[in-house]
Ligand binder design. Structure first.
Ligand SMILES: [Zn+2]
Length: 203
């Protein structure tokens, strides 16, 4: 800020002092705000860590139930689903599936939600079975909600099948997949990043 010019000795002596006082006050309140923000951040980090630990503990407790739920859903989709069309088989191979002929796709109105309330809460909390979810892959079983079928979604889900083949069993896959979702969240989970990277364009 520029000087307002000379207005006599008194004002010349006083203005800088007042300015310093103002600056000191401003600095003090800024530090107060900074302290408050830092405190809030530490608190948030702590509660995030707490929530994270809660989820990990919950996962350990829920895993056996989650696995048996997933096995049931996968078996139902395997029994009622249909195998892929030739174009789907080719796309599944393209995204790395070793046995595309084993894939079954079941079209449904809504993705199944576990009746077990603890499991239900965890699934919704991790964003796994949120209202936005359009597809779910469990082993070779792919569930897709009516109105959401597309080459892009199918190739994404097929890539999850390829991941499942790499890990070897539904059980091991769920352990790795759910742990990573808990650690970094749905979007940043490496399995999801990998599936997104393998999506084939809609034609
Ligand atoms: Zn996915």
């Amino acid at each position: 800020m520029g000087s307002a010019g000379h207005r006599g000795d008194l004002s010349m002596a006083d203005v800088p002092k007042a300015g310093r006082r103002k600056r000191r006050l401003a600095l003090a309140s800024l530090m107060g705000v900074a302290g408050l923000v830092a405190g809030t951040l530490v608190f948030q980090a702590r509660s995030r860590q707490q929530a994270h630990m809660d989820l990990e503990t919950a996962l350990a407790q829920l895993l056996p139930r989650a696995i048996s739920w997933a096995q049931g859903v996968a078996a139902d989709a395997a029994a009622r689903g249909t195998s892929l069309e030739p174009s789907g088989l080719a796309d599944a191979s393209t995204v790395g599936v070793q046995r595309p002929e084993s894939i079954r796709v079941l079209m449904i109105d809504r993705l199944p939600i576990p009746s077990d309330l603890d499991l239900q809460r965890a699934a919704l909390r991790t964003g796994l079975l949120g209202p936005d979810a359009a597809g779910l892959t469990l082993g070779y079983s792919i569930l897709i909600r009516h109105g959401h079928f597309s080459r892009r979604l199918l190739s994404h889900e097929c890539r999850h099948v390829a991941q499942y083949e790499q890990v070897g069993s539904l059980e091991s896959f769920l352990v790795s997949y759910l742990s990573s979702i808990i650690q970094v969240g749905y979007w940043d989970c490496p399995f999801e990043q990998d599936a997104r990277a393998h999506e084939l364009p809609d034609t």
